[in-house]
Write a protein that binds this ligand. Structure first.
Ligand code: PRP
Length: 209
């Protein structure tokens, strides 16, 4: 079982995690070693009562759902795709981007044909097109989704758009906006009860920063 003396926090490896760590540091939960050059993945600062782990962004919700972390930071895209059984505490207003459908410039949808959709977000895509009553064939990919329509693997993609650079550089364009996305602070349900004061205080400090 995890040490109850600490708040265990799963951070998504990469740019978003670094931004969120900076927010946590400013909010009074520093652990400067986190940003060091080592290959270490777990860091703790007993004075601030925190232990941070770097994990793959799409795995954060798994650590939190199963209680290996009390808290974590996950994009709304991941929460909608995997629907983990966690509490969503706060919109951190960072990692802001959008989920969109994109296609090659000039693409014309033929409603008579099944639409081939390449995506990492199969569950979100199924729900979105079911809501429109549109027949689709999901092609589940794990990355570099933009290549799919270029090579004729799919008609469209459903993916995250942040600056729009990846689409532009691959001659694709947004044809439908699906949803706005941002990073959320999430909590394990049992941890939320057992460490209520500490969790609420951290969420409050983050919101006030
Ligand atoms: C994400 C997303 C797009 C890109 C969008 O990919 O899947 O490819 O970022 O960003 P932009 O609008 O600023 O260009 P990520 O970097 O996570 O890599 P991936 O190919 O593994 O999905």
């Amino acid at each position: 079982m995890i040490d109850s003396g600490f708040l265990n926090i799963a951070l998504p490896k990469g740019r978003l995690g670094e931004k969120v760590y900076a927010m946590l540091e400013k909010a009074g939960y520093p652990c400067p070693e986190v940003l060091g050059d080592s290959r270490k993945l777990i860091f703790e600062n007993p004075d601030a009562g925190v232990r941070y782990f770097w994990v793959k962004p799409s795995d954060v919700a798994i650590y939190v759902e199963r209680g290996a972390a009390d808290l974590g930071v996950a994009g709304k895209d991941i929460l909608l795709e995997y629907e983990p059984d966690v509490y969503e505490l706060t919109d951190l207003h960072t990692g802001v981007c959008r989920m969109a459908v994109a296609a090659k410039k000039g693409f014309k949808d033929d409603p008579e044909k099944t639409l081939r959709v390449a995506t990492k977000f199969s569950h979100i895509a199924r729900g979105y097109y079911a809501g429109k009553g549109r027949d689709i064939d999901i092609i589940h990919l794990n990355g570099s989704i933009e290549i799919a329509p270029i090579l004729g693997l799919s008609d469209v993609i459903m993916d995250i758009v942040e600056t729009g650079t990846t689409l532009r550089e691959n001659d694709l364009e947004v044809i439908e906006e699906v949803l706005p996305i941002s990073a959320r602070l999430i909590a394990n349900k049992a941890g939320y009860r057992f460490k209520y004061e500490a969790v609420k205080e951290l969420a409050r400090m983050l919101e006030n920063n």
